[in-house]
Write a protein that binds this ligand. Structure first.
Ligand code: ADP
Ligand code: MG
Length: 362
């Protein structure tokens, strides 16, 4: 049993905050103190703290790389960003732009893609990989397929051997990094299309990127699968602060409900030593149901709490950090996915050939 990895990240002050007071005092690379607007001091320590001057590459190396490596070896992994709107969740996940070439700004997703395809390149003759990508968002308790907007209410099912599945979700086969980025970019653009239709901001929905990594060891004639989830959560800010009304208020309530369902699941998982004997309310929201494997065992999981360092945002930052501090106590067991006979699956030697052709062409 391993605890989930919980880290905090502070973005640099933005133009509105610049010149104003900051609320954190660094202790070391794992702990710091933070004061709120009422001058209360809180101490926090996490697996790692990324301060304002941290690099995207540092976050990737510490938080994501071990999980991506595991996914290549068929161990499921989940990386979650949590925090108020504007705290740096999407910047961490996508970078300033998903197609960003500047290494300082490149986010976790393009780095994940690089690592996955690097692993494939060096895997040798005896192993073949087949990578598929899905992208969904959860908006107002509906799971929408970002590769096919007509699928706007995807059902979440539980399969005995494979765990939590999205029924009928589009899975795009990915043959190289360039193709992966192109698809990620079109999924993100679809998110924006949805937004204007429903008059929502991307921070009103949870966005989930799913890489399915099938591995075939040729002479074993079997495939195993590692699923890698990257989850960019909706903003966690309190409703009162947003001054929301009407539809925006409904959205905010739904978000609060799913994030508090997430909080309740975390509390249930950490409240007693043997959480198995307790009812864990995974079914209380689409988000918690989708994250059931990530939180309830069977996945290598990391949570990044994103915060502003400004005193003006400190009460939200404290609540984000408290959420992370609670999650630190979750113990999750890692699970190798079950292996399946190759004839039950799509034959991936075909894909292996296509990947080899691409590499030769370059
Ligand atoms: P969220 O997704 O949490 O709502 P964003 O990731 O969109 O927030 O960040 C809000 C703004 O702050 C964006 O303009 C983003 O580019 C910027 N930003 C966030 N984190 C950083 C960082 N670590 N370094 C530089 N700019 C950042
Ligand atoms: Mg965002």
């Amino acid at each position: 049993m391993a605890n989930i990895c919980v880290c905090a990240r502070f973005r640099p002050l933005n133009s509105r905050e610049e010149g104003g007071p900051i609320c954190i005092t660094r202790s070391d690379s794992q702990s710091f103190s933070i004061k709120d607007e009422k001058d209360e001091q809180y101490l926090f320590s996490f697996d790692k703290v990324f301060y304002e001057d941290s690099e995207q590459a540092d976050v990737y190396e510490f938080l994501a790389r071990p999980i991506v490596r595991d996914a290549v070896n068929s161990i499921n992994g989940t990386i979650i960003t949590y925090g108020q709107t504007g705290a740096g969740k999407t910047f961490t996940m996508e970078g300033a732009n998903i197609l960003e070439a500047d290494n300082h700004k490149k986010g976790l997703l393009p780095r994940v893609v690089d690592e996955l395809f690097d692993a494939i390149k060096v895997c040798g003759e005896a192993t073949a990989y087949n990578i598929k990508l899905s992208m969904v968002e959860i908006y107002m308790e509906r799971v929408r397929d970002l590769f096919d907007l007509s699928k706007d209410n995807i059902q979440i099912k539980e399969h005995k051997g494979h765990g939590i599945l999205l029924s009928g979700v589009t899975e795009v086969p990915i043959l190289d990094g360039e193709e992966a980025l192109k698809n990620l970019s079109s999924g993100i653009a679809n998110r924006a299309v949805g937004e204007t239709q429903m008059n929502a901001g991307s921070s009103r929905s949870h966005c989930i990127y799913i890489f399915t990594v099938q591995k075939e060891v040729t002479n074993e004639k079997r495939v195993s699968t590692g699923k890698l989830l990257l989850v960019d959560l909706a903003g966690s800010e309190k409703i009162e602060k947003t001054g929301a009304e009407g539809k925006v208020l409904e959205e905010a309530k739904t978000i609060n409900k799913s994030l508090s369902a997430l909080g309740n699941v975390i509390s249930a998982l950490t409240s007693i030593p043997n959480a198995k004997s307790l009812h864990i309310p995974f079914r209380d929201s689409k988000l918690t149901r989708l994250l059931q494997d990530a939180l309830g065992g069977g996945s290598h999981t990391a949570l990044l709490c994103c915060c502003s360092p400004s005193l003006s945002n400190s009460s939200e930052s404290v609540s984000t950090l408290r959420f992370g501090a609670r999650a630190k106590h979750i113990k999750a067991s890692l699970r190798m996915s079950s292996k399946e006979d190759i004839d039950k699956k799509q034959d991936i030697s075909d894909v292996k050939l296509k990947i080899a052709e691409r590499i030769l062409k370059k």
